[in-house]
Write a protein that binds this ligand. Structure first.
Ligand code: BGC
Length: 255
């Protein structure tokens, strides 16, 4: 499994799962555009480290919810790194609140970043992949909540469910251009998005009970599956969701 000769854009790569994916892809031989919005120092330091270790990387600031910034990011990546063969839509946010209290502003924020942002990136990168005539691979980091409810996370679940159907539709529409589209659906992963849970012993205890393998995932365990889907090893895989959840969606309370 490698990405030699490929250029990958990873969104939200300044922290968490995106950061691990950028590292994994670089180790597999890819040139990587590390997109960030809030984690500038981390993204820049990561790019510098990759470049100093013989890799090729670029830290690119862009708000994935803004079409102009996304187009500029893909254009800069293609120009400076020599193409765009892989896109990982990883950028995402969530906030817990009862559905009846969700403000219009909060709804717009989560859906804009998690779903519209993925669409804009898919469209910009997809056009570049089509125009190059070389095809490519698009991997969306969704969540087990692309299919399973998560009370108090209405906008998050709606955006992740949308990501599931965006992926399925895109897989069909882009197949003629040799562009594959798949989702990776993580369960609970030890990243900044879960800081509240990681700092709450009662929640951690409950999680270890309801996750069959008994623990949260490390971001690297999600990155390995994203690498497989991005690489030519997955040349016949499109339109699928791969769960990386330690069996969480199969959990059943014994009677
Ligand atoms: C969410 C986490 C949650 C996990 C499992 C993820 O998509 O980001 O907050 O712990 O799903 O429910």
């Amino acid at each position: 499994m490698d990405l030699k000769g490929k250029v990958a854009v990873v969104t939200g790569a300044g922290s968490g799962i995106g950061y691990a994916i950028a590292q994994r892809f670089a180790a597999a031989g890819a040139a990587v555009a590390i997109n960030y919005f809030g984690y500038e120092n981390e993204a820049r330091a990561l790019a510098e480290r990759m470049n100093s270790q013989g890799g090729r990387a670029l830290a690119v600031k862009a708000d994935v919810a803004k079409a102009g910034e996304v187009a500029a990011m893909v254009e800069q990546t293609t120009r400076e790194l020599g193409g765009c063969h892989v896109l990982v839509n990883n950028a995402g946010v969530e906030k817990a609140m009862p559905l009846l209290d969700v403000t219009e502003e909060e709804w717009d924020k989560e859906v804009s970043i998690n779903l519209k942002g993925a669409f804009l990136c898919l469209q910009a990168a997809g056009r570049a992949m089509r125009d190059s005539g070389q095809g490519g691979s698009i991997v969306n980091i969704s969540s087990i909540h692309e299919d399973f409810p998560f009370p108090l996370h209405g906008p998050y679940c709606a955006s992740k469910g949308g990501l599931r159907m965006l992926m399925r539709n895109a897989a069909l529409e882009l197949a003629p251009y040799q562009i594959r589209v798949n989702n990776v659906a993580p369960g609970a992963v030890a990243t900044p998005i879960n800081t509240g849970t990681l700092n709450d012993p009662a929640k951690m205890q409950r999680l270890s009970e309801i996750i069959p393998v008994g623990r949260m995932a490390k971001p690297e365990e999600v990155a390995d599956v994203a690498l497989f889907l991005a690489s030519d090893s997955a040349s016949y895989v499109t339109g699928s969701t791969y769960y990386v959840d330690g069996g969480m969606v199969r959990y059943a309370e014994p009677l």
